[in-house]
Design a protein around this ligand. Structure first.
Ligand SMILES: Cc1cc2nc3c(=O)[nH]c(=O)nc-3n(C[C@H](O)[C@H](O)[C@H](O)COP(=O)(O)OP(=O)(O)OC[C@H]3O[C@@H](n4cnc5c(N)ncnc54)[C@H](O)[C@@H]3O)c2cc1C
Length: 499
């Protein structure tokens, strides 16, 4: 304890190479200079000692690459999606296989290093990066194998949603995934997995028929209906608490990929009528239709409202499914596009790293209560806070047909998801927007299910995680205590083991 990371570069390279044949990428090798050394810490923040021999040992044990702070690609590799988390890990381990993941976990445990696990890096709370710790970066480990006859896909723990969609759609098969293609399967499919196919085929976790995982003790296990069924139950909604999923097996559904995206925008003055129409539309919606009712305040404090969404089918049928919007009169903007599913799944991608900062709070609603709508509209109209929004999106369908105790994800009766959000650019003061989000959310929360989607955690208090799991929480704590008694995997919406 008490020693900073101590890596002596050229000495290290030569010795390591002489010792026998591991290939350190050029960028990583050049990283190993004493000048680039960073302190490494454990979970409690105490400094730990890492020597060049330790790093050499780690590199030798994996086929992937160890990246240290002075590597040319370190600044790129350490970035996560949200610019709010500009953290500087002591090292990143880019893994390529289950064995690599196992070696990285064993190394982290042996040296007691603070450890984050990263797939797509899209955690809103910055859970997949750390200052002065180790990041197990799964991104190079991203293969997808489809079995069209069995209608299943095996997906490596570091795959992105785009890898999954692009591999399944040529077979006219699909399973539910989120709406931005560079989001990681690893985080999305352990926490839940909402998307355009969700009402028809369930959450991503509802289509998970088995996993392979590396646990905190470094063991490799399988979990499915017959092997370690408790663990399989927990990893379908319990997030990254139980270990690192190295292989997901998903059930696939027949889907020809025809989809229509629709959006109708109106002046803010129509918001009350819009939510009435949206409530009717959503109450009788077919499973192919998924929509949002949104109200946003622009940079200049002006309001617009919209109904937007997708229909799994051709344009004409999509327009028919949204015909209730005719009651709102002529929109100020309309956009209707029929396209193929894979194209739409990346249409909102933007950059793999976001330049904008954001803050949101989420919850689920059992119904669209007119009192809630009045309260929200009253607040938003008075506040006029620039760059804020509220959106109420449809869940339900097949998602709501799964029993609350069938998977760890409990909020099955939350048939609407409500998001209150703000965004800002570097240099702008976010205070007014963040206060707006907190105040509005505090008004909405008592009328909600009390839960939220753990994959949308920001700075929510720990108690909300317990509430999100409802009656499933105690079972999750039991399983966590069994498989991760020291809470090694704690950078997530954390379920603490019993002490
Ligand atoms: C732009 C954007 C769009 C989004 N759209 C959707 C959407 O449409 N639907 C939806 O449901 N959610 C959506 N989300 C939320 C998303 O589900 C979460 O942010 C999720 O955690 C992202 O997963 P990741 O692998 O990219 O994140 P990471 O930041 O890499 O990881 C997030 C968490 O998952 C853990 N983890 C990662 N990989 C594994 C693994 N293989 N095994 C075990 N644990 C692992 C990490 O340790 C961490 O705790 C979106 C988020 C963003 C930023």
């Amino acid at each position: 304890m008490g020693h900073a990371l101590n890596i002596t570069s050229s000495r290290f390279d030569r010795r390591a190479l002489l010792r026998g044949g591991f290939a350190v990428a050029a960028a990583s090798a050049s990283a190993m200079s004493p000048a680039s050394a960073r302190a490494a810490v454990n979970k409690s923040g105490a400094k730990i000692s890492l020597t060049d021999a330790h790093i050499a040992e780690l590199q030798k044990s994996i086929k992937g690459t160890v990246i240290l702070p002075s590597a040319a690609n370190y600044d790129y590799e350490r970035r996560v999606w949200s610019p709010s988390f500009d953290k500087k890990p002591a090292l990143l381990v880019k893994v390529t296989s289950t064995k690599d993941v196992q070696a990285a976990v064993q190394f982290a445990r042996a040296h007691d290093i603070l450890t984050a696990v990263r797939c797509g890096g899209h955690s809103y709370a910055g859970h997949s990066t750390v200052d002065d710790g180790l990041v197990i970066d799964l991104k190079p480990f991203n293969g997808v194998t489809v079995d069209p006859a069995r209608k299943t896909a095996h997906v490596a723990g570091g795959a992105l949603l785009g890898n999954l969609d692009r591999a399944t759609q040529p077979h006219k098969l699909a399973t539910t995934a989120g709406v931005v293609s560079h989001t990681g399967v690893g985080g999305l499919a352990t926490g839940g997995g909402q998307g355009r196919l969700g009402r028809k085929f369930g959450l991503t976790i509802d289509n998970n028929v088995g996993v392979e995982m590396v646990l905190a003790d470094g063991s490799i296990v399988r979990a499915n209906a017959t092997e370690n069924p408790d663990l399989h139950w927990a990893v379908r909604g319990g997030g990254g608490n139980f270990g690192i999923v190295t292989d997901f097996e998903f059930r696939l559904h027949e889907y020809d990929g025809v989809i229509t995206s629709l959006s109708y925008t109106y002046p803010g003055s129509k918001a009350k009528d819009l939510y009435k129409v949206y409530a009717e539309l959503s109450a009788s919606a077919p499973l192919e239709l998924t929509a949002n009712g949104g109200l946003r305040t622009s940079d200049r404090g002006e309001h617009t409202c919209s109904i937007s969404g997708t229909f799994l089918g051709a344009k004409q049928a999509g327009e028919a499914a949204f015909k209730a919007v005719a009651a709102l009169g002529a929109p100020i903007a309309t956009r209707i596009d029929q396209m193929d599913y894979v194209t739409l799944q990346s249409a909102a991608d933007g950059g793999i790293h976001s330049d904008s900062f954001g803050y949101s709070r989420y919850t689920y609603l059992r119904q669209l209560d007119p009192n809630l709508v009045d309260m929200v509209l009253d607040y938003v109209t008075r506040a006029k806070t620039p760059r804020t929004s509220i959106s109420i999106g449809m869940q339900g369908g097949v998602i709501a047909k799964v029993a609350e105790t069938a998977t760890a994800f409990a909020d099955r009766d939350g048939i609407y998801q409500c998001a209150v959000a703000t965004s800002w650019e570097a240099g702008q003061d976010p205070t007014a927007g963040q206060n707006h989000v907190r105040e509005l959310w505090a008004m909405i929360d008592p009328m909600s299910t009390g839960g939220f989607y753990v994959n949308e955690v920001f700075d929510d208090p720990e108690d909300r995680v317990r509430k999100a799991y409802r009656g499933n929480f105690a079972r999750l704590v039991d399983i966590k205590t069994k498989v991760d008694p020291t809470n090694f995997f704690h950078l997530n919406p954390n379920i603490r083991p019993r002490t």
